[in-house]
Design a protein. Structure first.
Ligand code: SF4
Length: 273
């Protein structure tokens, strides 16, 4: 039988972060149960019905996912002391007094509800912990200089030269393949659920994608020109102050996520159409 994952265990806890199990959060407790064999019964409120206790402590099948979940639990602890009311404005978020008090903001067209006890994405616990890591990192930074329409390439950001190829592989080339063969109007229609704004340059398509409220990404697409031997090309630009809001790794992940969102939207269009 497959081992229980931290997420599966977390779903059995009430999510109240009461601390009676000796862990600061239900998520931290769930990671400990799944990866180090902590007895799940240490939580007096957990739903043990049908839980396979023989496999609950054997660890998950995906070590990187387990590491990500442990990092989520760590970041959740780091934001516990933040003043949400004070940082909502600089993050472009809305503060709701609660309890629990929480920040709401869009993330690639999805509605984020971020409280100190956890995150909901369109009303659901994020399936991929890397989304939670990105969102906690964004909030933990507390904001910075707002975007001012001065766009730069990844190569112009500090300590990013080695990341340029990663951006090309995980974002730009994927978008180029996806956009090739579509008209500019079709591409803009595809992008509408993300809340994009049109850009102002002379590329085939230019759009500003609000990945997070203070982390827009400027996407330029030049269509292929077979007669002249030019392949389709995408260039993604960032606000010059973007590192006020995300570290470089989180920024790369945000760009990758943007490409994935486009792919899912195109897939949904294909299925619907
Ligand atoms: S896992 Fe249970 S005991 Fe631990 S914080 Fe959550 S509700 Fe409280």
């Amino acid at each position: 039988m497959a081992a229980m994952t931290p997420l599966a265990i977390f779903k059995r806890t009430p999510g109240t972060n009461c601390g009676q199990c000796g862990r600061p959060t239900c998520l931290a407790f769930s990671v400990a149960v799944a990866t180090t064999g902590v007895d799940p019964a240490q939580c007096p409120y957990i739903d043990l019905a049908g839980l396979d206790l023989a496999t609950a402590g054997q660890g998950g099948a995906d070590p990187s996912r387990e590491r990500d979940l442990a990092l989520v639990a760590h970041l959740q602890g780091k934001i516990a002391s933040l003043d949400f009311a004070a940082i909502a404005g600089p993050l472009g978020a809305v503060w709701e007094a609660g309890p629990p008090d929480q920040l709401t903001f869009p993330y690639l067209g999805q509605a984020v509800r971020l409280a100190k006890s956890g995150i909901l994405l369109d009303g659901m616990i994020p399936e991929d912990p890397r989304d939670a890591i990105l969102l906690y990192n964004y909030v933990h930074g507390g904001g910075g200089r707002p975007p001012d329409n001065n766009w730069v390439g990844m190569e112009s950001l500090p300590n990013s030269i080695s990341k340029v190829r990663t951006l090309a592989t995980y974002c730009e080339q994927r978008l180029a393949r996806l956009f090739t063969g579509r008209t500019p109007a079709a591409i803009m229609t595809l992008a509408q659920p993300l809340g994009v704004r049109p850009g102002t340059g002379t590329a085939t398509v230019e759009m500003i994608v609000p990945v997070l409220p203070m982390v827009p990404q400027y996407v330029l697409f030049w269509d292929e020109e077979p007669a002249d031997g030019f392949e389709a090309r995408i260039k993604v630009l960032f606000d010059r102050h973007v590192l006020d809001f995300l570290d470089i790794e989180s920024l790369l992940f945000a760009a990758e996520r943007m490409a994935e969102r486009f792919e899912r939207l195109a897939s949904a269009c294909g299925q619907n159409g």
